[in-house]
Design a binder for this molecule. Structure first.
Ligand code: G3H
Length: 247
């Protein structure tokens, strides 16, 4: 299982990268679920990643950009650096399949061809006036998108697990598996949720976090101590998975 950490600037980027995150995700947590950072920060991150890759002969992590909801996305999607692996746009107010497909088309047309558009579903879709996650996953699969992010729109501390419930989340995991979708589970996820997920056969390919990696809450700064705890836990999980695969 990979892990993603949302960062707001170059300082947090370097900190997260030093703890071995798989995906560094740029977003401004003070402004909403998927609010973008200043595109200049994307450019700096792309340069930093390129110098890190040159020094170590490999890219240790991938970069991801949050583009905001529709109106932000239209303004900034074309500024995402081509070296970013992923970008995502929030689906709020897209309450029909046609609206959502149009949103994805508009984003894909603006992004560099090398940047993969990730489909976003909100666990609290009623608050965001958008389609439920099951429909988003199905539509993404039909459109040939390979990745989905499940997150919360309202950042009040209600976790995705609480918004959807374990049983519904398990069915969503089964749906993702059957459609071959690589998905990230986010939305006030805490370290203590990991056991609960595994015990219930909820097996996202990636866990996305912000609040649980911060000093106090998701709008405060990333915490070295929290990142170390996550890094140690994810490292152990990867070692167990590698042993299982080998045996
Ligand atoms: O994409 C990941 C999100 O930034 C998760 O943020 P959160 O853990 O504070 O809900």
């Amino acid at each position: 299982m990979a892990w993603l950490v949302s960062v707001r600037n170059e300082v947090e980027f370097s900190l997260a990268a030093s703890y071995g995150v798989d995906i560094v995700d740029f977003k401004e947590p003070r402004k909403g679920a998927l609010a973008p950072v200043d595109p200049q920060i994307w450019q700096q991150a792309a340069r930093l990643q390129s110098s890190t890759s040159a020094a170590t002969d490999s890219a240790a992590f991938e970069l991801s950009a949050a583009l905001g909801e529709r109106s932000d996305m239209l303004q900034i999607a074309s500024s995402v650096p081509p070296s970013f692996a992923f970008a995502k746009v929030g689906p709020s107010q897209c309450d029909s399949p046609q609206d959502l497909l149009q949103l994805w088309d508009d984003a894909a047309q603006r992004l560099p061809a090398s940047v993969e558009l990730v489909a976003v579903a909100y666990a609290d879709y009623g608050n965001a006036a958008c389609l439920p996650p099951e429909e988003v996953f199905e539509l993404a699969s039909q459109r040939g998108m390979k990745r989905c992010l499940l997150d919360t729109f309202t950042k009040t501390g209600v976790a995705t697990l609480d918004a959807l419930g374990i049983e519904r989340l398990r069915r969503l995991a089964t749906l993702a598996r059957s459609r071959g979708i690589w998905w990230t589970l986010a939305g006030s996820i805490k370290l203590s949720h990991l056991e609960q997920l595994l015990a219930n056969r909820i097996d996202p390919h990636c866990i996305g976090i912000r609040g649980d990696a911060c000093d106090q809450n998701r709008t405060s700064s990333l915490s070295s101590e929290r990142l170390k705890l996550w890094s140690d836990t994810m490292g152990k999980r990867k070692a167990i998975a590698a042993d299982d695969a080998a045996s």
